[in-house]
Structure formats: C-alpha cells, structure tokens
Design a protein around this ligand. Structure first.
Ligand SMILES: Nc1nc2c(c(=O)[nH]1)N[C@H]1C(S)=C(S)[C@@H](COP(=O)(O)OP(=O)(O)OC[C@H]3O[C@@H](n4cnc5c(=O)[nH]c(N)nc54)[C@H](O)[C@@H]3O)O[C@H]1N2
Ligand SMILES: Nc1nc2c(c(=O)[nH]1)N[C@H]1C(S)=C(S)[C@@H](COP(=O)(O)OP(=O)(O)OC[C@H]3O[C@@H](n4cnc5c(=O)[nH]c(N)nc54)[C@H](O)[C@@H]3O)O[C@H]1N2
Ligand SMILES: [Mo]
Length: 797
C-alpha cells in the first residue's frame, strides 16, 4: 500500500485567511478587501458575504468570515479594471484564448461596452445608446419566448423581484437560473415530499443534533463557516459522518478564526468522526440499504409515520425487492458497514442530514434527495429540535432569487398574486430552464440572451456548443461585475453592462439603499455595501432593469420602475404584497438585528403536499444504475479495443518498469473505464478562478485527474503520467478532455475526479435527471487512456 500525501494542518486559521488571499491582489486591493471583510455578515450596516449561503452565526462575532469569503470579496474589491483601454488592446478573438484565471484577474468591468464586429473589439457606449439598442432588438422578436433571461444566485432580493417582474411583463417565463444546475433536485423533491423545497433546519438545530450525516459536501472549501458549527456540535458529543468518495482533508480538523487559542496557540477542533467512502453515484443504494434494515427491524418512528406520512407501503414493497447484493454493488459499501450506519440512525434522538452537489448532480439526483428525505421521515426527524433536512445552498442568494419569483416553472399562486398586485396578465406557460434554454439556443429558437450575472455557457454542460450558439443571437446582454468566457462569443448586438457589487455603496436620489438576501435556512437578512464603487459609471442591477423597462414599456408604464430602483422600500412594499411570507417586510427587516425567518410549514409539521401528508417516494432508477453503466461500458470498451490498437497495452509494453505485460494488458483494458466526478478547489468560486492552489488536496494545478494510488498501481500507471479522458455521450458522440496529470488522492476505487468548469465539454445536454433536469456533473462514465509517462513529475515528490 502506498502512502497518500495528506494535508496535515487544520482547516481555516490565519494562514488560510491571510496568506492565500494576499497573493491574489495588489496591496491597495488587499486593504480595500480586508476593510470590507470586517463589515461582512454584521448585524447592522454591513453586507452579507457574497460567498456562500451558509447562515450568519447569531452571536455576530467580530470576524464571521472565511477564506472563501475573503477571496470572493477581494475579487470584487479589486482596483484593477477591465476598461476601454484594456479592450482597445485586445481583440475578442484573442480574449477567447484566455483562461478563466486570466479573465478573472483583468479586474472589474467599469463602463458599458458594445461589441464592434468590424474591429472585433468591445468599445465604450453610453448607457442611453445601450438601452436604445436593447429595446430595438427586443421589440423586433417575433415572440417574447425567443428571449432567455438567466440569473446567477448573486443578485439580491430587490433587483431579483424586479427582474422576474420585468421578464413577465415582457411576456415570458423563460427564467432559467443557476439553481437548475445546483440544488434543483432538492427544490423539486423536498417540494413534492414536504410541501416546501427548502431546509427544514435552522442554525440552532446544529447545537442540539446528536448525529449529523453530511452527504456529498465539502464544507472546508465551499462553506468554511459551517466548520465552526460542526466543530461546536462535535465538542458537544454529536457524531458527525461524511459520506463521500473522497476523504476530504479539510474536514479532519478545524482552526477557528474566532478563537485566540486556535489562532495564536495553534490548537484545533475535530470535525468529522468517520468517512463512508462511497462509490460515485452510490448514495441512493446506501440509503436503500439503511432504510431496508430500519424497516425490517421495526426501528422506525411509527407514531410519526401514522400521523404525518403517506406512501410507506409502496416504499416498503420496493425496499423488500432490493437485494443486499445490489445494495452493496450500488454503493461499494459492505452490508455490515451499512447496518452499523443504520444502527446509529436508529439510536439517535436527533439527526440532521446535510447535502451538497455530491447528491444532486447525477442522473439519479432526484432519487438521492428522495431517499434522504425518506430516511428522515422513517425516523420522524422533521419538525423536532436538533433534526431535519439541511441542503446547503451555494450562491449567497440563490434561495432568495427563487422566493422572489425567478423560476421558469412558477407556481400558479405566484402568477395570480403578480396579476392581482400589478393589474396585468402574466404569461401562464412554463418557460425554459438552463438545459432546455441551451438546446433552444443551439436550435436557433432563441434569439436574445440576457444574463443577470453568472457565466452561463461555461457553468452549463456542452460549453463550446452554447458559446457557438451565442454567436447566432440577435442580442446578448451581460449585466456583470467581471469579464468571463460567455461574453466573448458575440452575436449581432452585444452589450456588457457593468454593475455595482454587493460590497459597494448604493446611493440613489433617495439616499443610501440596503438590500436583502435569504440564506440557506430561510433567514431574510439586510445587506449594505461599504466600499465606494469602483467607478461612478456603474449602475445598480435594479437601475439597469428599471432603465431597460422604461425604454421598452414607456415612461408612463403603470409600474413605477424608476421609483423601485431609487428606493428599495418601494420595491419591498410590492414584495410584501406579492410574495407569501413577506407581510410588513420593511418593518420586519428593520426590527431585528438578524432579520427574520420565513415561515416554514414543514418545520411545524404542516404538509402542503398533494396528499396533505409528508410523502415517501420510491426511486425511479435502479440502485445499481451507475454500477451497471460501468459494466456495460467496460464490456463495450473491451470489445472495441480488440479491434482497435489498445493504447494502454502499447504503453504498458513500452514501459520499462512494467512487470508482467500479459497480465497488465488485460487489466489495463478492463480497468480503464471509470466514473468521473467534478469538484471545486479552494482557489475558485464557481467559474471565477482565483488561483491554482488547492491546499487541502495538495495540488497547485488545475489540469489534474485525482485517482487512488492503489488504482494507479493496478493499472501500472503512476502519478505525473498524463491521461486523456473520453466519454461516449447520449448521442454516441465521442467527447474528450485532456491531457490531465494523474494526481494521488484518497478517493474510492473506480472513481476519478477533476475540476469544474474545465471539464464541462465532456457533458452533453441530455445527460440529466428526469424531473429536475439537473446535469449529471458528478457521475460520468469515462474511458481513460494514458498518453505519456511523465517521470519528471512523478519523481519530484
Ligand atoms: N470556495 C468555494 N466555495 C463555494 C463555491 C466554489 O466554487 N468555491 N461554490 C458555491 C456553490 S454555487 C455551491 S453549489 C457550493 C457547492 O459545495 P459542495 O456541494 O461542497 O460542492 P462540490 O465541490 O462540487 O462537491 C462536493 C463533494 O461531493 C463529493 N462527491 C462527488 N460525487 C459524489 C457522490 O456520488 N456521492 C457523494 N456522497 N459525494 C460525492 C465530492 O468528492 C465533493 O467533496 O459551494 C459554494 N461555495
Ligand atoms: N461540471 C460542473 N459544472 C457545474 C457545477 C459542478 O459542480 N460541476 N456546479 C454548478 C453550480 S452548483 C452552479 S451554482 C453553477 C454556477 O453558475 P453561475 O452562477 O452562472 O457562475 P459563476 O461562476 O458563479 O458566475 C460568475 C460571474 O458572475 C458575475 N458576477 C459576480 N458577482 C456579480 C454581481 O454581484 N452581480 C452581477 N450582475 N454579476 C456578478 C461575474 O461576471 C462572474 O464572472 O455552475 C454549475 N456547473
Ligand atoms: Mo451552486
């Protein structure tokens, strides 16, 4: 057994907070960023960190921030600018060749830009001319449904409400958002099973939990502020388990930035007791095994089930049909270990299940969420203190944007109340989500793309095809803070409209404004920027929406767009009338330090479901789905490679240190079929690449393929070798990524991982879950082919 290099220091701590951030920025930006960090997540007059959606701690300690937060803030606070001079120097064709890292470091967008096709440059344009071009193109469309309006989860509630209203007044529900690629299975399945697609827990529940199971989540990197809560729970005797194909090193120990003893004396707290190293895509199988044992041994909470649930019979019948052999094959965990886990659940009076992208981003993503919810329902773990469902959202306001109505499949009640409040008809037909929108654009059915933040083409599957499709559009509009790859594929009219960021002051004719967000646990909090905007040419997102609406609908429109943009109290008064749960919004947001919690019926055991009860759901896919894909692909691969030259065996033959050639040949062709997942590094926020370091995973480059060293040995491969990754997509087209450098990682057998978003061309627009349509970013069956053995890299460690 070879030893895997591991990160031995605790997560977080000063080195993490300062050193890695300092590198990102020039000194003035560092100061600007650091000053603003001090006012993030504070009760009054601070801003909500634009990093993740984890809630603020109620005690509002002096520095409720983390490494990720600092990086995201620093990225926005950068004093360098992507201004007219910059764009005069570089053609768009040239910029297409720049990496995400290079584009991120150009700096902030600081003036409105228009794409001049004759010169292939973005050139400055006045706001007024920009609006005139936008209105002209939007009016030219044959139908409002030819436009697609994308939202990323950074935008705050007030502009989000205005945006969905604008889009619906324009006449379409084409409102895809980043949620379609993120927690959509959560929203769909929790909605179906509990009547509301949101977390049933609040932060305080973590203080009372006795068992926390984290499925497919890497908080050390992605929600570092969650570590404090976990370490605290752990100290109180709560058991914490991580279900993950990777043994994520950042979860071992935590150095708390709030504790002097940690920061000065180098102490740390433990976080996780155990890792269940599951096969990629194996979660539904594992949960099936647990549920099988719990039902068979009558460990369920029968009172709760009788009083509050429906559908157990169907689930129970299905559970009996699942064999233990399939359960084990589906998740790669032994029956014995699964039963141990089920026992812990049976014995725990208060269990929280948390989950992230490792659960949702699969063809069986909806099943995974359904099985977590089933487990909680079996044990009656919804609606009591210290227990519940805790999906952990990504973008800081992705949940709030949905609450505000950014949804391509709006509820009838939302449309009805918008009609009542604004006295006009709203479009009734469902719109397009991220996947359907991308396909429609590729098919030429979409002619205008409007983006409220985000990096649509790169975050979505089949990035190159979407970029190509953008060049056929009549109009592309990007309301954004930073330049990215989606903006570099211009159609006829292309406009980049730079906006004020979350960290910056928003002063209008009506004075300084604050906005609001909703965190991952339904808490509505105020956010107010502290820095001076990077340029006085910037406009707020709300103002840009109002200006476009005014240009398009005329100044005498019955909706006071300009008043809403200038005075967010006006917008909030409309939200109070139109959105359930926001009554007296302006008073309530001012009354309490930490904002207010939106009423959550399932927390009170009120089930707004079809049956009026909490609903057990039977999974749609076989629990061996991923394992079977592997077997099928392996068989096909073995058959194919009989005819073709077997690259792997050729390489093995050529390799001096390969031992028994004949044995290696067969192994190489069999073992070259793998399950690929994609993860985030420490030095990125989604498609914004801040740097190349991923400290906890011990790598300083992004073109890597993580694999277990034992598996490398099995193939006769070594770390540092370069490999090509290829995949047969659902239309049988070959997609290829690489070369990637083999890198050692404690990851399950048959599993490999690489970084998102560089891998997104491997994924096609048809490999997704059936209901939620979430792309299967986390489980792709791939073939690996070694292209060269790089001994230089292998030896240098
Ligand atoms: N620093 C930083 N913070 C971020 C972001 C960022 O990019 N950088 N992005 C934000 C956003 S939008 C989001 S949605 C969140 C995402 O936060 P997470 O959900 O933590 O995101 P990922 O890194 O994509 O993957 C999570 C974990 O899933 C595991 N995994 C992969 N496949 C499987 C599987 O089949 N089963 C199980 N059980 N686990 C699996 C991976 O090993 C990884 O540890 O983070 C937010 N915060
Ligand atoms: N393979 C793979 N693909 C994935 C994932 C994965 O795990 N694996 N994860 C998916 C997930 S969970 C998500 S959420 C999506 C992310 O998809 P997106 O939300 O579309 O992507 P981001 O990279 O967060 O968007 C960054 C851009 O937003 C703009 N921006 C930043 N701040 C602001 C602001 O305050 N206002 C405005 N208007 N614009 C701003 C900047 O221009 C910046 O370049 O990616 C998805 N894609
Ligand atoms: Mo996300």
């Amino acid at each position: 057994m070879r030893k895997i290099p591991v990160y031995t220091h605790p997560a977080a701590g000063w080195p993490a907070l300062i050193a890695s951030t300092r590198k990102l920025m020039d000194y003035s930006a560092f100061l600007r960023g650091s000053l603003s960090v001090l006012s993030s997540n504070q009760p009054k007059g601070g801003f909500d960190c634009p990093g993740c959606a984890w809630p603020d701690h109620k005690s509002h300690k002096a520095l409720d921030v983390c490494e990720t937060g600092i990086k995201v803030i620093a990225s926005e606070a950068m004093s360098t600018r992507a201004d007219a001079q910059f764009f005069a120097k570089h053609t768009v064709k040239e910029l297409q060749g720049w990496s995400g890292y290079e584009l991120e470091h150009i700096g902030r967008l600081s003036e409105p830009l228009y794409y001049d096709a004759a010169q292939d440059h973005y050139i400055p344009i006045s706001w007024q001319d920009a609006y005139a071009r936008i209105a002209k193109q939007l009016q030219k469309l044959d139908s409002p449904d030819e436009a697609l309006f994308y939202t990323s989860g950074r935008i705050t509630n007030e502009p989000a409400f205005m945006f969905q209203l604008f889009v619906r007044c324009f006449g379409t529900n084409n409102l895809p958002d980043c949620s379609n690629m993120c927690h959509e299975p959560t929203s769909v399945m929790l909605g179906k099973q509990l009547g509301i697609g949101k977390a049933t827990v609040v932060l305080e529940d973590f203080e009372q939990a006795k068992l926390i199971i984290m499925f497919g989540q890497n908080p050390a990197t992605n929600h570092p502020r969650m570590l404090e809560m976990l370490a605290h729970a752990h100290k109180q005797g709560c058991r914490i388990l991580s279900v993950n194909p990777m043994r994520e090193q950042g979860l071992k120990a935590f150095r708390n930035p709030q504790k002097p003893s940690h920061m000065v004396a180098g102490k740390s707290d433990a976080v996780v007791d155990d890792v269940i190293q599951i096969q990629i895509g194996g979660d539904a199988a594992l949960l099936t095994g647990m549920a099988k044992w719990l039902t068979k041994n009558n460990k369920m909470n029968t009172d709760f089930i009788e009083q509050h649930t429906s559908g157990l019979e169907a689930l129970d019948t299905w559970l009996r049909q699942q064999s233990w052999a399939d359960v084990e094959r589906g998740c790669g965990i032994s029956k014995e270990e699964i039963i141990n886990l089920a026992r812990l659940v049976a014995d725990s009076p208060a269990t929280i299940c948390t989950w992230g992208m490792g659960i949702t981003q699969h063809v069986q993503g909806d099943d995974n969420v359904a099985m977590i919810t089933n487990l909680l329902l079996l044990m009656g773990m919804i609606g009591i203190d210290g227990a519940g469902a805790s999906p952990v959202r990504g973008h800081s306001n992705v949940q709030g944007d949905r609450t505000m109505g950014i949804h391509e499949r709006p509820k009838q009640s939302l449309l009805d109340s918008l009609e009542r409040v604004f006295e006009r008809p709203m479009p009734q037909e469902d719109g397009l989500d991220v996947i359907a929108g991308a396909k429609a654009m590729i098919d030429g059915k979409i002619k205008a793309f409007v983006s409220m933040g985000g990096n649509y083409a790169v975050a979505a599957p089949d990035s190159s095809a979407i970029q190509q499709a953008l060049t056929n559009n009549q109009l592309n509009i990007f309301v954004a803070t930073k330049l990215n790859e989606t903006m570099l594929y211009p159609g006829v009219d292309n406009l980049i409209l730079p906006c004020v960021g979350r960290t910056e002051r928003l002063i209008t004719a009506k004075g300084e404004q604050f906005a609001t967000i909703e965190d991952s646990m339904c808490q509505i909090v105020a956010t107010q920027g502290r820095l001076d905007p990077i340029s006085n040419t910037l406009k707020s997102e709300a103002q840009i929406i109002a200006d476009i609406a005014t240009q398009l609908f005329g100044a005498e429109s019955s909706i006071p767009w300009q008043a809403m943009a200038e005075d967010f109290n006006v917008t909030r008064d409309y939200i109070a009338q139109a959105i359930e749960g926001f009554e007296d919004f302006n008073q309530r947001i001012r009354a309490a330090d930490r904002g207010f919690h939106l009423y959550h019926p399932a927390r009170h055991r009120q089930w707004n479901t079809e049956s009026g009860k909490a609903q057990f759901e039977v999974p749609k896919y076989p629990i061996t789905y991923v394992a079977s894909q592997m077997t099928e692909r392996t068989a096909k691969f073995a058959a194919d490679s009989k005819q073709k030259i077997d690259i792997n065996s050729d390489i093995n033959n050529a390799q001096n240190n390969s031992t028994s050639n004949s044995q290696n040949n067969t192994q190489a062709s069999e073992q070259a079929v793998w399950q690929l997942t994609s993860v985030r590094s420490h030095d990125q926020f989604n498609t914004m690449i801040f740097g190349f370091q991923d400290r906890y995973r011990q790598t300083d480059r992004r073109d890597v393929l993580f694999m277990h060293p034992d598996e490398m040995s099995r193939l006769g491969w070594q770390k540092g070798d370069t490999v090509m990754v290829s995949r047969q997509d659902s239309k049988d087209q070959q997609r290829t990524l690489g070369p990637l450098i083999l890198t050692e990682m404690d990851i399950a057998a048959n599993a490999v991982a690489t970084y998102y978003p560089e891998c997104n061309d491997l994924i096609d627009l048809d490999t997704h879950a059936p209901d939620s349509k979430i792309p299967a970013y986390k489980s792709l069956t791939v073939v690996l082919q070694r292209v060269s053995a790089d001994t230089r890299l292998a030896d240098s460690a």
